[in-house]
Design a protein around this ligand. Structure first.
Ligand code: AMP
Length: 524
């Protein structure tokens, strides 16, 4: 089928052809006639399927007839994030280039004044995030009674972000006679309920996942010998160095990991920048723009930040670890090998990731080839030299008199055991992150989250130390050694109150050699 067969206005067809598209994608083939025919549509499709054009093209066609009145938008598109809203606006501009449609983008980070001016002039298309739309409505600047078409895009993500109550309120403010299009990658019960409540006899269109349909992606995994983040980062660098051809996304499971990995890559000379929900909007947009304009080679992202973003032409996807949700693996690798292009994906699998990786293999239903980048072993040994081990050496050097195993067991100063942003411990790598964790992390400043992260990892270390005897030299041993100072300090502070400090002014920080000398005196 070609676009010409879809009964779209010639002005739209020429814009589509100027964009380089001749054949509609399956969601466009089925969705465009349904929307043109005035039907409600439930589209089960994710980004990469061409779903945006599936509603944008027929909307332009319909809005071409008629004119907008002040403060009364004629159509409304709800998007979960500002980036997605901005991307849909771009598509309206591209495909509506031969029309004189007025568009307003109501998203955070843009002044109310400018947005008000646009609304007052009258808009054909209003693209908004639910929160900002409600703000405008409550300020009395907006009348919803003229909305003839409503799009609820990325509905499952709206659910993740807690927007469903806002959407329900917005729906009740719109005329009942409107046409409603709802798009969602998945249909959890809450979204099915929403569709039932606000749609009339919708045409249901389900399209296959682009990643499973694509055969142009070659997938690899790289076994990482350790759960230590310093080692994982060394492995990542080796893979990126060996395989990056054009532009890539590095996926991490948590926001903090995104920052650390991006910083680490950049400090090793790679052109990399992070994108996650805690970064200011202006920074996120600027980073995305740089990536789209090919001014940036590597985007380091979380699943939540990347979902739905229209980022064409990624040559490689690197997974710092398998995602907690195996569906996300399919979404991640679907960023490469799009539209007939070839792509590669590389997943780092550490010992602690085997359960997640098994779930991925089960999900994709096929084996993935192992890849060992050249120079990886050397990079790992070098990283081991910089990792936690030298800290023990350093401590031993300063404590030579005692020697032997006992020396290693002495508590280190607490600061040394505390994971820092630059060198998180093995125990942090083993925290089992979930998609929900990432989605619900509130966009606050980094510090409080780091604090709570530290507490969580210590808690887990304690449990692990009590319940299992670690094997000598194993990763688990390293992790419980990191927890040791915290336990030792707790024992110190459990000592009976009122006991005289042995050395005034030193508190608990009494060097071992002084302690031994006073103990010898007391024994004598
Ligand atoms: P979407 O699923 O809407 O996020 O679109 C994903 C990508 O597919 C975007 O970069 C579009 O520009 C592109 N696209 C949309 N329609 C077509 C088409 N008919 N043929 C090829 N690419 C398309």
């Amino acid at each position: 089928m070609t676009f010409d067969e879809l009964s779209l206005d010639p002005r739209i067809l020429s814009a589509v052809s100027a964009a380089g598209y001749t054949n509609p994608t399956p969601i466009q083939e089925q969705g465009i006639p349904a929307v043109l025919g005035g039907r409600d549509v439930t589209g089960i499709a994710q980004t990469g399927t061409g779903k945006t054009a599936a509603f944008v093209l027929p909307m332009i066609h319909k809005l071409g007839q008629g004119r907008a009145k002040a403060r009364m938008p004629r159509s409304l598109i709800l998007e979960p994030t500002r980036e997605l809203a901005a991307q849909v606006a771009e598509q309206f501009e591209k495909y509506g280039a031969n029309y004189k449609l007025n568009m307003a983008l109501l998203i955070g980070g843009v002044s109310f004044g400018d947005q008000d001016k646009k609304l007052t002039a009258g808009v054909d298309v209003l693209i908004a995030t639910p929160g900002r739309l409600m703000d405008h409505f409550e300020r009395g600047k907006l009348l919803m009674t003229g909305v003839q078409m409503l799009v609820i895009d990325e509905a499952d993500r709206m659910l993740d972000m807690g927007f469903i109550p806002d959407i329900e309120r917005i729906c009740t403010m719109l005329p009942k006679t409107r046409q409603t299009m709802l798009f969602s990658a998945t249909m959890p019960p809450e979204i099915t309920r929403l569709a039932k409540q606000f749609q009339k006899d919708p045409v249901r269109i389900e399209v296959s996942r682009p990643a499973t349909a694509a055969t142009t992606i070659t997938q690899y995994f790289t076994h990482c010998p350790s759960n230590e983040d310093t080692i994982k980062r060394a492995v990542l660098r080796s893979i990126v160095k060996a395989r990056l051809t054009d532009q890539a996304i590095v996926f991490c499971n948590r926001k903090r990991e995104v920052d650390v990995v991006a910083k680490s890559l950049a400090s090793h000379g790679f052109d990399a920048a992070p994108i996650h929900g805690d970064l200011p909007q202006s920074v996120r947009m600027a980073t995305l723009d740089r990536f789209r304009n090919k001014d940036l080679k590597i985007l380091v992202a979380s699943d939540v930040a990347a979902r739905g973003l229209d980022i064409p032409e990624v040559s490689q996807v690197f997974n710092y670890a398998p995602p907690p949700n195996s569906d996300d693996y399919v979404h991640r690798i679907g960023r490469t090998g799009r539209a007939g292009r070839t792509g590669e994906s590389f997943t780092i699998v550490s010992p602690g990731d085997s359960r997640l990786w098994d779930a991925v293999l089960k999900r994709i239903g096929k084996d993935v080839e192992e890849y060992r980048p050249e120079g990886m072993d050397e990079a790992v040994s070098e990283a081991r030299g910089r990792g936690p081990a030298p800290r023990r050496d350093r401590f031993d050097r300063g404590d030579r008199g005692r020697g032997g195993r006992r020396g290693n067991r002495e508590p280190r100063p607490v600061e040394e055991a505390t994971p820092t942003a630059e060198a998180p411990t093995a125990s942090e790598a083993e925290e089992a992150p979930t998609e929900a964790d990432a989605a619900t992390e509130t966009p606050t400043s980094d510090e409080p989250r780091k604090e709570s992260g530290r507490r969580r990892s210590r808690g887990r270390d304690r449990k692990r130390g009590q319940s299992s005897a670690p094997k000598a030299g194993s990763e688990t041993e390293q992790a419980s050694e990191a927890a040791e100072p915290a336990r030792s300090r707790r024992r110190d502070s459990d000592e009976p109150e009122g006991r005289e400090p042995k050395f005034k002014g030193m508190g608990d920080h009494v060097p071992a050699f002084l302690l031994r000398s006073i103990e010898r005196k007391q024994d004598a």
